[in-house]
Design a protein around this ligand. Structure first.
Ligand code: 13P
Ligand code: SF4
Length: 303
């Protein structure tokens, strides 16, 4: 990436000069993921690392809800997102008022909220979860019914793992994962004999049913690292395969995949500008943040 070398060098120097750390989600492009990122991972790993860092500035190379989560866990640090318009269809699918109405309709039922939501929605929740710990979080509650929002497919896929627990959900969808179909999986198996198919649980249940494994983005990376399949399809965002392929050149990565337009808003020039101009700073109303932080910290306490 010779054209980007100037940005990479500048970002590395800015990080050193300002005691900054860059957290990058697995869906970031390889030129970010493999060059300037200090910590890479799934949503859960990024939240855990945000809670642990001693950097003064945290740049989140990911989408807005991830930067908000980092800010919730670091109220006294500067948290920057290189493009404030990097959103998420799940986060946009539900408001704090929607959660209040759901609670009124189901009194006493705990609310488990996917981290892919605004701080305002987290503030109305009992506990957060990610795709990497949803089963554990729900089981930790020890109750027969939970409200799990806003991802309908993640809720349905998790319900299949916790028989005996009723899950009330919401009709939010990830615009990347909702596009995959069971036919996509069948045709990839036909075109690539022996392929091992890993699907993200934000995909519809009929897609997960056709896969060999379903898990968070970190779960997929671990699967490839441990099993080293000769051929694998990561049924998720396209940059995942690009990033993991760099680590495992002997593994053949085949598609389908879909691009997340929000994740793709983050670029090296924007990361450089974020550090040079301290933009865009994530702020959350302190009273709201206090309530939202409780839900995130409860999640992090579940092991
Ligand atoms: P995970 O990395 O936690 O699996 O989340 C996937 C995702 O869609 C994040 O936006
Ligand atoms: Fe949101 Fe889906 Fe994009 Fe993740 S991949 S940020 S869940 S739209």
């Amino acid at each position: 990436w010779p054209i980007l070398a100037g940005d990479i060098e500048a970002i590395l120097a800015l990080k050193r000069d300002h005691n900054a750390v860059i957290l990058a989600h697995n869906y970031q492009t390889p030129e970010i993921f493999h060059t300037v990122a200090d910590i890479v991972g799934d949503s859960l790993a990024l939240a855990r690392e945000a809670a642990a860092t001693d950097a003064d500035i945290i740049v989140v190379a990911g989408v807005h809800f991830m930067a908000e989560t980092a800010k919730l866990l670091n109220p006294n640090k500067t948290v920057l997102i290189p493009d404030s318009a990097a959103g998420c269809s799940l986060a946009e699918s539900i408001t704090a008022e929607d959660v209040r109405q759901l609670r009124a309709r189901h009194p006493g039922v705990p609310v488990v909220t996917y981290v892919n939501t605004s701080a305002a929605v987290k503030a109305e929740s009992d506990v957060c979860c990610t795709s990497g710990n949803a089963k554990k979080v729900i089981e930790s509650l020890g109750v027969p019914r939970v409200i799990m929002l806003p991802d309908e497919f993640l809720a349905q896929n998790t319900a299949a793992q916790v028989p005996g627990i009723e899950i009330i959900t919401w009709a939010g969808h990830c615009e990347v994962h909702e596009l995959f179909t069971a036919d996509d999986i069948r045709s990839v198996r036909e075109s690539y004999p022996g392929v091992v198919v890993l699907a993200h649980p934000e995909a519809p249940p009929e897609v997960v049913a056709e896969a060999d494994f379903a898990g968070s983005t970190a779960g997929m990376v671990d699967f490839v690292g441990e099993k080293r399949p000769a051929r694998v399809a990561l049924v998720t965002e396209c940059s995942m395969s690009d990033n993991v392929a760099v680590q495992y050149p002997e593994v053949e990565f085949v598609r389908p995949c879909n691009l997340c337009p929000h994740m793709k808003q983050i670029t090296l020039p924007k990361i450089r500008r974020a550090l040079e101009q301290r933009q865009y700073e994530v702020t959350i109303d302190p009273a709201l943040a206090e309530r939202a932080r409780v839900a995130v910290e409860r999640m992090l306490a579940v092991r």
